[in-house]
Design a protein around this ligand. Structure first.
Ligand code: NAI
Length: 345
Protein backbone atom coordinates (compact mmCIF):
# COMPACT_ATOMS: atom_id res chain seq x y z
CA UNK A 1 0.00 0.00 0.00
CA UNK A 2 1.20 3.50 -0.73
CA UNK A 3 2.82 5.36 2.07
CA UNK A 4 0.88 8.58 2.59
CA UNK A 5 2.83 11.69 1.77
CA UNK A 6 2.52 13.63 4.97
CA UNK A 7 5.61 15.78 4.79
CA UNK A 8 3.95 19.15 5.02
CA UNK A 9 6.05 21.98 3.75
CA UNK A 10 6.10 25.57 4.96
CA UNK A 11 2.74 26.53 6.49
CA UNK A 12 1.28 23.10 5.71
CA UNK A 13 1.80 23.60 1.99
CA UNK A 14 2.49 20.44 0.00
CA UNK A 15 4.67 20.66 -3.08
CA UNK A 16 3.34 18.63 -6.01
CA UNK A 17 4.37 18.15 -9.62
CA UNK A 18 1.87 19.48 -12.14
CA UNK A 19 1.85 18.15 -15.70
CA UNK A 20 -0.67 20.12 -17.81
CA UNK A 21 -0.38 17.56 -20.62
CA UNK A 22 -1.57 17.67 -24.24
CA UNK A 23 -4.89 18.26 -26.00
CA UNK A 24 -7.56 19.15 -23.43
CA UNK A 25 -4.98 18.61 -20.66
CA UNK A 26 -4.04 22.27 -20.08
CA UNK A 27 -7.72 23.30 -20.00
CA UNK A 28 -8.89 20.68 -17.49
CA UNK A 29 -5.74 20.90 -15.36
CA UNK A 30 -6.06 24.69 -15.16
CA UNK A 31 -9.62 24.18 -14.00
CA UNK A 32 -8.53 21.64 -11.36
CA UNK A 33 -5.84 23.99 -10.04
CA UNK A 34 -8.32 26.87 -9.73
CA UNK A 35 -10.86 24.70 -7.92
CA UNK A 36 -8.25 23.22 -5.55
CA UNK A 37 -7.08 26.70 -4.61
CA UNK A 38 -10.62 28.00 -4.14
CA UNK A 39 -11.41 24.98 -1.93
CA UNK A 40 -8.53 25.85 0.39
CA UNK A 41 -6.10 23.21 -0.87
CA UNK A 42 -2.56 24.12 0.15
CA UNK A 43 -0.48 22.96 -2.79
CA UNK A 44 2.62 24.56 -4.30
CA UNK A 45 2.67 23.33 -7.89
CA UNK A 46 5.91 22.56 -9.68
CA UNK A 47 4.80 22.80 -13.31
CA UNK A 48 6.55 20.41 -15.71
CA UNK A 49 6.22 19.70 -19.40
CA UNK A 50 5.81 16.15 -20.73
CA UNK A 51 4.53 14.38 -23.82
CA UNK A 52 3.99 16.21 -27.09
CA UNK A 53 4.35 19.65 -25.51
CA UNK A 54 7.78 18.69 -24.16
CA UNK A 55 8.84 16.91 -27.35
CA UNK A 56 8.10 19.98 -29.46
CA UNK A 57 9.86 22.42 -27.13
CA UNK A 58 12.66 20.35 -25.64
CA UNK A 59 13.12 17.46 -28.07
CA UNK A 60 12.20 14.84 -25.47
CA UNK A 61 8.82 13.65 -24.26
CA UNK A 62 10.13 12.88 -20.75
CA UNK A 63 12.45 15.71 -19.70
CA UNK A 64 14.93 15.12 -16.87
CA UNK A 65 13.45 18.11 -15.02
CA UNK A 66 10.09 16.34 -14.88
CA UNK A 67 11.65 13.17 -13.48
CA UNK A 68 13.66 15.14 -10.91
CA UNK A 69 10.55 17.05 -9.85
CA UNK A 70 8.39 13.95 -9.36
CA UNK A 71 11.24 12.10 -7.65
CA UNK A 72 11.40 14.98 -5.16
CA UNK A 73 7.69 15.78 -4.64
CA UNK A 74 6.48 12.15 -4.79
CA UNK A 75 3.01 13.36 -5.68
CA UNK A 76 1.61 14.78 -8.89
CA UNK A 77 -1.43 15.79 -10.90
CA UNK A 78 -1.22 14.98 -14.57
CA UNK A 79 -3.17 15.89 -17.68
CA UNK A 80 -3.44 13.34 -20.50
CA UNK A 81 -0.49 12.95 -22.87
CA UNK A 82 -0.67 12.28 -26.59
CA UNK A 83 0.85 9.12 -28.00
CA UNK A 84 0.73 8.52 -31.74
CA UNK A 85 -1.34 5.52 -32.74
CA UNK A 86 0.53 2.76 -34.59
CA UNK A 87 3.32 5.04 -35.76
CA UNK A 88 6.95 5.46 -34.97
CA UNK A 89 7.74 8.22 -32.49
CA UNK A 90 8.21 8.43 -28.77
CA UNK A 91 6.66 5.74 -26.61
CA UNK A 92 3.78 6.44 -24.24
CA UNK A 93 5.01 8.77 -21.51
CA UNK A 94 2.20 7.72 -19.18
CA UNK A 95 3.31 4.09 -19.44
CA UNK A 96 6.97 5.08 -18.98
CA UNK A 97 6.24 7.12 -15.83
CA UNK A 98 4.23 4.26 -14.35
CA UNK A 99 7.14 1.88 -14.92
CA UNK A 100 9.94 4.26 -13.87
CA UNK A 101 8.33 5.10 -10.55
CA UNK A 102 6.79 1.66 -10.10
CA UNK A 103 3.28 3.12 -9.86
CA UNK A 104 1.95 -0.39 -9.86
CA UNK A 105 -1.70 0.18 -8.99
CA UNK A 106 -4.01 2.14 -11.25
CA UNK A 107 -7.08 2.86 -9.17
CA UNK A 108 -10.24 4.15 -10.81
CA UNK A 109 -13.38 4.64 -8.74
CA UNK A 110 -16.52 4.59 -10.88
CA UNK A 111 -19.68 5.86 -9.23
CA UNK A 112 -23.15 6.95 -10.32
CA UNK A 113 -23.27 10.69 -9.73
CA UNK A 114 -26.52 12.53 -9.11
CA UNK A 115 -28.45 13.98 -12.01
CA UNK A 116 -26.39 12.43 -14.85
CA UNK A 117 -28.68 11.26 -17.63
CA UNK A 118 -27.99 7.88 -19.18
CA UNK A 119 -26.08 6.66 -16.17
CA UNK A 120 -26.91 3.36 -14.52
CA UNK A 121 -28.25 3.78 -11.00
CA UNK A 122 -26.33 2.50 -8.00
CA UNK A 123 -22.94 1.92 -9.63
CA UNK A 124 -20.17 2.14 -7.05
CA UNK A 125 -17.19 0.09 -8.12
CA UNK A 126 -13.42 0.44 -8.16
CA UNK A 127 -11.24 -0.77 -11.02
CA UNK A 128 -7.80 -1.84 -9.79
CA UNK A 129 -5.56 -2.26 -12.80
CA UNK A 130 -2.03 -3.66 -12.76
CA UNK A 131 0.06 -0.85 -14.18
CA UNK A 132 3.56 -2.08 -14.95
CA UNK A 133 3.56 -5.16 -17.18
CA UNK A 134 1.37 -7.33 -19.48
CA UNK A 135 1.29 -6.38 -23.17
CA UNK A 136 2.47 -2.91 -22.11
CA UNK A 137 5.96 -4.39 -21.79
CA UNK A 138 6.49 -2.68 -25.16
CA UNK A 139 8.42 -5.72 -26.43
CA UNK A 140 7.34 -6.09 -30.04
CA UNK A 141 9.20 -7.27 -33.09
CA UNK A 142 8.63 -8.29 -36.66
CA UNK A 143 9.52 -11.93 -37.11
CA UNK A 144 9.10 -11.81 -40.88
CA UNK A 145 7.31 -9.38 -43.21
CA UNK A 146 3.64 -9.55 -42.25
CA UNK A 147 4.26 -11.33 -38.95
CA UNK A 148 4.65 -9.38 -35.71
CA UNK A 149 5.05 -10.65 -32.19
CA UNK A 150 4.07 -8.69 -29.04
CA UNK A 151 5.23 -10.07 -25.72
CA UNK A 152 2.82 -10.32 -22.80
CA UNK A 153 4.76 -10.38 -19.55
CA UNK A 154 3.01 -11.52 -16.38
CA UNK A 155 4.96 -12.10 -13.18
CA UNK A 156 3.96 -13.64 -9.86
CA UNK A 157 5.41 -10.65 -8.01
CA UNK A 158 3.32 -8.04 -9.84
CA UNK A 159 0.21 -10.22 -9.81
CA UNK A 160 0.47 -10.84 -6.08
CA UNK A 161 1.02 -7.23 -5.18
CA UNK A 162 -1.89 -5.95 -7.30
CA UNK A 163 -4.18 -8.57 -5.76
CA UNK A 164 -2.89 -7.57 -2.33
CA UNK A 165 -3.62 -3.93 -3.15
CA UNK A 166 -7.17 -4.79 -4.25
CA UNK A 167 -7.91 -6.78 -1.09
CA UNK A 168 -6.40 -4.17 1.21
CA UNK A 169 -8.47 -1.52 -0.52
CA UNK A 170 -11.58 -3.68 -0.14
CA UNK A 171 -10.89 -4.13 3.57
CA UNK A 172 -10.06 -0.46 4.16
CA UNK A 173 -13.17 0.78 2.37
CA UNK A 174 -15.44 -1.94 3.77
CA UNK A 175 -16.14 -3.40 0.35
CA UNK A 176 -17.72 -6.83 0.17
CA UNK A 177 -16.24 -8.42 -2.92
CA UNK A 178 -13.18 -8.59 -5.19
CA UNK A 179 -13.60 -10.02 -8.69
CA UNK A 180 -10.49 -11.09 -10.62
CA UNK A 181 -11.05 -10.65 -14.36
CA UNK A 182 -8.99 -12.78 -16.75
CA UNK A 183 -8.78 -14.87 -19.91
CA UNK A 184 -7.08 -17.89 -18.38
CA UNK A 185 -9.16 -20.25 -20.49
CA UNK A 186 -7.06 -19.16 -23.47
CA UNK A 187 -3.89 -17.69 -21.93
CA UNK A 188 -3.45 -20.58 -19.57
CA UNK A 189 0.08 -19.76 -18.46
CA UNK A 190 0.06 -15.98 -18.19
CA UNK A 191 -3.50 -15.30 -17.04
CA UNK A 192 -3.36 -18.61 -15.19
CA UNK A 193 -0.47 -17.24 -13.13
CA UNK A 194 -2.34 -13.98 -12.48
CA UNK A 195 -5.34 -15.96 -11.27
CA UNK A 196 -3.32 -18.35 -9.12
CA UNK A 197 -1.75 -15.35 -7.35
CA UNK A 198 -5.14 -13.68 -6.82
CA UNK A 199 -6.48 -16.93 -5.32
CA UNK A 200 -3.52 -17.20 -2.93
CA UNK A 201 -3.97 -13.64 -1.75
CA UNK A 202 -7.75 -14.09 -1.41
CA UNK A 203 -7.18 -16.86 1.16
CA UNK A 204 -5.75 -14.28 3.54
CA UNK A 205 -8.89 -12.12 3.37
CA UNK A 206 -11.69 -14.49 4.37
CA UNK A 207 -14.10 -11.63 5.08
CA UNK A 208 -13.91 -10.32 1.52
CA UNK A 209 -15.77 -12.45 -1.01
CA UNK A 210 -13.63 -13.51 -3.97
CA UNK A 211 -14.93 -14.33 -7.44
CA UNK A 212 -13.49 -14.78 -10.93
CA UNK A 213 -14.92 -13.83 -14.32
CA UNK A 214 -13.62 -14.31 -17.84
CA UNK A 215 -13.14 -10.85 -19.35
CA UNK A 216 -15.69 -11.14 -22.18
CA UNK A 217 -18.37 -12.34 -19.79
CA UNK A 218 -17.34 -9.64 -17.30
CA UNK A 219 -18.01 -6.97 -19.98
CA UNK A 220 -21.45 -8.37 -20.64
CA UNK A 221 -22.29 -8.57 -16.91
CA UNK A 222 -21.00 -5.03 -16.38
CA UNK A 223 -23.34 -3.52 -18.95
CA UNK A 224 -26.30 -5.51 -17.65
CA UNK A 225 -25.87 -5.41 -13.87
CA UNK A 226 -23.11 -2.96 -13.02
CA UNK A 227 -24.43 -2.29 -9.51
CA UNK A 228 -23.49 -5.86 -8.55
CA UNK A 229 -19.78 -5.16 -9.01
CA UNK A 230 -17.56 -3.91 -6.23
CA UNK A 231 -13.74 -4.12 -6.53
CA UNK A 232 -12.38 -5.40 -9.87
CA UNK A 233 -8.77 -6.51 -10.20
CA UNK A 234 -7.30 -6.88 -13.67
CA UNK A 235 -4.10 -7.11 -15.64
CA UNK A 236 -2.97 -3.97 -17.45
CA UNK A 237 -4.70 -4.30 -20.85
CA UNK A 238 -8.04 -5.65 -19.62
CA UNK A 239 -7.95 -2.96 -16.91
CA UNK A 240 -7.43 -0.24 -19.50
CA UNK A 241 -10.34 -1.38 -21.64
CA UNK A 242 -12.72 -2.22 -18.80
CA UNK A 243 -12.07 1.18 -17.16
CA UNK A 244 -13.41 3.02 -20.20
CA UNK A 245 -16.38 0.66 -20.36
CA UNK A 246 -17.09 1.40 -16.69
CA UNK A 247 -16.78 5.15 -17.33
CA UNK A 248 -19.48 4.74 -19.97
CA UNK A 249 -21.81 3.24 -17.35
CA UNK A 250 -21.85 6.40 -15.27
CA UNK A 251 -21.92 9.13 -17.91
CA UNK A 252 -18.60 9.01 -19.70
CA UNK A 253 -14.92 9.80 -19.49
CA UNK A 254 -15.48 13.33 -18.24
CA UNK A 255 -16.52 11.98 -14.84
CA UNK A 256 -13.99 9.34 -13.81
CA UNK A 257 -10.89 10.23 -11.80
CA UNK A 258 -7.90 8.01 -11.22
CA UNK A 259 -4.65 7.46 -9.37
CA UNK A 260 -1.41 5.67 -10.21
CA UNK A 261 -0.05 4.53 -6.90
CA UNK A 262 3.29 3.02 -5.90
CA UNK A 263 5.10 2.51 -2.61
CA UNK A 264 6.58 6.00 -2.55
CA UNK A 265 4.92 7.97 -5.33
CA UNK A 266 1.37 8.73 -6.47
CA UNK A 267 0.32 10.38 -9.70
CA UNK A 268 -3.30 11.45 -10.06
CA UNK A 269 -4.97 11.71 -13.45
CA UNK A 270 -8.37 11.36 -15.09
CA UNK A 271 -9.06 8.18 -17.05
CA UNK A 272 -9.64 10.11 -20.28
CA UNK A 273 -7.13 10.95 -23.00
CA UNK A 274 -6.28 14.17 -24.83
CA UNK A 275 -9.66 14.30 -26.67
CA UNK A 276 -8.16 15.87 -29.83
CA UNK A 277 -11.66 16.38 -31.28
CA UNK A 278 -12.49 19.04 -28.67
CA UNK A 279 -9.04 20.26 -27.61
CA UNK A 280 -8.54 24.01 -27.29
CA UNK A 281 -12.26 24.73 -27.69
CA UNK A 282 -13.18 25.25 -24.04
CA UNK A 283 -15.61 22.31 -24.33
CA UNK A 284 -13.93 19.62 -22.22
CA UNK A 285 -15.56 18.41 -19.05
CA UNK A 286 -13.07 19.26 -16.29
CA UNK A 287 -14.82 17.24 -13.55
CA UNK A 288 -12.68 14.09 -13.92
CA UNK A 289 -9.50 16.16 -13.58
CA UNK A 290 -10.99 18.11 -10.67
CA UNK A 291 -11.98 14.92 -8.86
CA UNK A 292 -8.49 13.52 -9.48
CA UNK A 293 -7.23 16.68 -7.78
CA UNK A 294 -9.55 16.01 -4.84
CA UNK A 295 -8.05 12.50 -4.57
CA UNK A 296 -4.59 14.07 -4.49
CA UNK A 297 -5.69 16.34 -1.64
CA UNK A 298 -6.96 13.32 0.32
CA UNK A 299 -3.69 11.51 -0.34
CA UNK A 300 -1.66 14.36 1.18
CA UNK A 301 -3.99 14.60 4.16
CA UNK A 302 -5.96 17.69 3.08
CA UNK A 303 -9.31 16.00 3.60
CA UNK A 304 -11.42 19.07 4.25
CA UNK A 305 -10.56 20.70 0.96
CA UNK A 306 -11.10 17.36 -0.81
CA UNK A 307 -14.52 16.93 0.78
CA UNK A 308 -15.51 20.48 -0.20
CA UNK A 309 -14.72 19.73 -3.83
CA UNK A 310 -16.51 16.36 -3.85
CA UNK A 311 -19.65 17.87 -2.33
CA UNK A 312 -19.62 20.79 -4.77
CA UNK A 313 -19.33 18.39 -7.75
CA UNK A 314 -22.40 16.49 -6.53
CA UNK A 315 -24.33 19.74 -6.01
CA UNK A 316 -23.41 21.03 -9.44
CA UNK A 317 -24.52 17.83 -11.15
CA UNK A 318 -27.69 17.57 -9.11
CA UNK A 319 -28.66 21.15 -10.03
CA UNK A 320 -28.00 20.26 -13.64
CA UNK A 321 -27.80 23.85 -14.91
CA UNK A 322 -24.12 23.98 -15.73
CA UNK A 323 -22.98 20.98 -17.75
CA UNK A 324 -20.58 20.41 -20.59
CA UNK A 325 -21.73 18.89 -23.88
CA UNK A 326 -20.71 15.32 -23.02
CA UNK A 327 -23.37 15.48 -20.28
CA UNK A 328 -26.02 16.94 -22.55
CA UNK A 329 -25.43 20.59 -21.60
CA UNK A 330 -23.96 23.63 -23.32
CA UNK A 331 -21.60 24.99 -20.70
CA UNK A 332 -17.94 25.61 -21.37
CA UNK A 333 -15.03 24.26 -19.34
CA UNK A 334 -14.65 27.72 -17.81
CA UNK A 335 -18.34 27.98 -16.92
CA UNK A 336 -18.21 24.62 -15.12
CA UNK A 337 -15.10 25.74 -13.23
CA UNK A 338 -16.76 29.00 -12.15
CA UNK A 339 -20.05 27.25 -11.34
CA UNK A 340 -18.24 24.76 -9.17
CA UNK A 341 -16.20 27.41 -7.36
CA UNK A 342 -19.46 29.24 -6.56
CA UNK A 343 -20.77 26.09 -4.89
CA UNK A 344 -17.73 25.47 -2.65
CA UNK A 345 -18.37 26.01 1.02
P1 NAI B 1 -9.96 10.15 -25.35
O1 NAI B 1 -10.26 9.77 -23.94
O2 NAI B 1 -9.02 11.27 -25.54
O3 NAI B 1 -11.34 10.51 -26.10
C1 NAI B 1 -12.39 9.58 -26.30
C2 NAI B 1 -13.71 10.34 -26.48
O4 NAI B 1 -14.12 10.87 -25.22
C3 NAI B 1 -13.59 11.55 -27.42
O5 NAI B 1 -14.79 11.67 -28.15
C4 NAI B 1 -13.44 12.73 -26.48
O6 NAI B 1 -13.91 13.95 -27.00
C5 NAI B 1 -14.25 12.29 -25.27
N1 NAI B 1 -13.71 12.85 -24.03
C6 NAI B 1 -12.60 12.43 -23.37
N2 NAI B 1 -12.40 13.19 -22.30
C7 NAI B 1 -13.40 14.10 -22.27
C8 NAI B 1 -13.70 15.18 -21.37
N3 NAI B 1 -12.96 15.45 -20.28
N4 NAI B 1 -14.79 15.93 -21.66
C9 NAI B 1 -15.56 15.67 -22.72
N5 NAI B 1 -15.31 14.66 -23.60
C10 NAI B 1 -14.23 13.89 -23.37
O7 NAI B 1 -9.41 8.83 -26.05
P2 NAI B 1 -8.71 8.63 -27.48
O8 NAI B 1 -9.37 9.48 -28.50
O9 NAI B 1 -8.69 7.17 -27.65
O10 NAI B 1 -7.19 9.08 -27.29
C11 NAI B 1 -6.69 10.35 -27.70
C12 NAI B 1 -5.24 10.49 -27.25
O11 NAI B 1 -5.17 10.46 -25.83
C13 NAI B 1 -4.28 9.39 -27.77
O12 NAI B 1 -3.07 10.04 -28.15
C14 NAI B 1 -4.04 8.53 -26.54
O13 NAI B 1 -2.79 7.91 -26.56
C15 NAI B 1 -4.13 9.55 -25.43
N6 NAI B 1 -4.50 9.00 -24.12
C16 NAI B 1 -3.78 9.39 -23.06
C17 NAI B 1 -4.09 8.94 -21.80
C18 NAI B 1 -3.23 9.41 -20.65
O14 NAI B 1 -2.35 10.21 -20.80
N7 NAI B 1 -3.50 8.94 -19.45
C19 NAI B 1 -5.23 8.04 -21.55
C20 NAI B 1 -5.97 7.72 -22.76
C21 NAI B 1 -5.60 8.17 -23.99
Amino acid sequence: MARRVTRARKGGVQTATLIPGDGIGPEVIDSAVQVIEAAGGRIAWDVQLAGKAAFERLGTAIPDALLASFRRTRVGLKGPLETQVGRAGYRSVSVALRKMFDLYANVRPVRTLPGVRGAFAGVDLIVVRENTEDLYSGIEHQIAPGVVESVKVITARASRRIAEYAFQLARRERRRKVVAIHKANIMKLSDGLFLACARQVALRYPRVKYEELIVDNACMQLVRRPAEFDVLVLENLYGDIVSDLCAGLVGGLGLVPGANVGKRHALFEAVHGTAPDIAGKNLANPLAAIMSGAKLLRHVGQKQAAGRIERAVERLLRQGRVRTRDLGGRATTRAVTEGLIALLH
